[in-house]
Design a protein around this ligand. Sequence first.
Ligand SMILES: Nc1ncnc2c1ncn2[C@@H]1O[C@H](COP(=O)(O)OP(=O)(O)OP(=O)(O)O)[C@@H](O)[C@H]1O
Length: 273
Amino acid sequence: MSEQLLALDCDSLSFAYNEHTESILSDVNLKLERGSRCLLVGANGAGKSTLLRILAGKRLTKTRSCRILGQDVFMNPPGGVVYLGTEWSNNPVVRSDIIVSDFLDSVGGYRHKVRRDRLLSILDVDLDWHMHQISDGERRRVQLCMGLMTEWDFLLLDEVTVDLDVLVRKDLIDFLVGESENRGATIVYATHIFDGLATFPTHICHLQLGTTPRPTLVWTSSTSEDLFSLALSWLREDRELRREKEKAQGRVRGPRTDTRDAKTFFEKYDYAH
Ligand SMILES: Nc1ncnc2c1ncn2[C@@H]1O[C@H](COP(=O)(O)OP(=O)(O)OP(=O)(O)O)[C@@H](O)[C@H]1O
């Protein structure tokens, strides 16, 4: 890695949600140069969202070991960082009776008209939609348009492309590749869906039970199958390791004797419908 300022310099990062619980992240190392596109691969619960939120400056860590473009992500957060996560669509405001054009203008859309219009086309968004009358995937497209219309330097994406149709997803991925190649923008993207992503990553980071067990891989393959096989082998390894750890702690997953009456439970909580 060259001596120039790194886009991301995450050195031995550790994090626990509170001081009485065990660390969710420990000894996470991730260094990326500007213009990198890094896929974050790991099992459910590995800590991908937690890491992305820390990088977005949303969580304070005890160790000051994470810098984006030379600046501490929490104490001195750099400008030009955009984080897009799935929790956005749970916000009641984005499900209210507001027209998409007004919604985008309320976050400065009129100032970025050229980029906004390009993204409206790529994401196939209609400015006349009403936010409370659109589908989840359409709402996601509005979120992406909103988040990407400023010229960001560093993008943190947490599973926000899963509900896009494949055509929109493909055009979006091409747009993101262009942003990094033409402007040197850097992207870290956590996803479980590898379809159509073969040419996206320049790097792949394996997050295993909250740690990075191997150096970030420089990615050169151009087939989705290779990506999928790699993820599958890593996730199998993660599962084995997790099972060994749980066994050592005397914990087991799966069926066990349960005295509760499942029918009563479902009736009580009305989960059956
Ligand atoms: N607010 C919280 N308080 C305590 N623990 C949490 C909190 N949020 C997440 N966790 C725990 O942190 C761990 C990592 O969660 P995280 O959401 O970062 O995983 P992930 O890799 O993004 O998973 P997924 O692929 O399922 O989205 C999980 O064990 C989860 O239970």
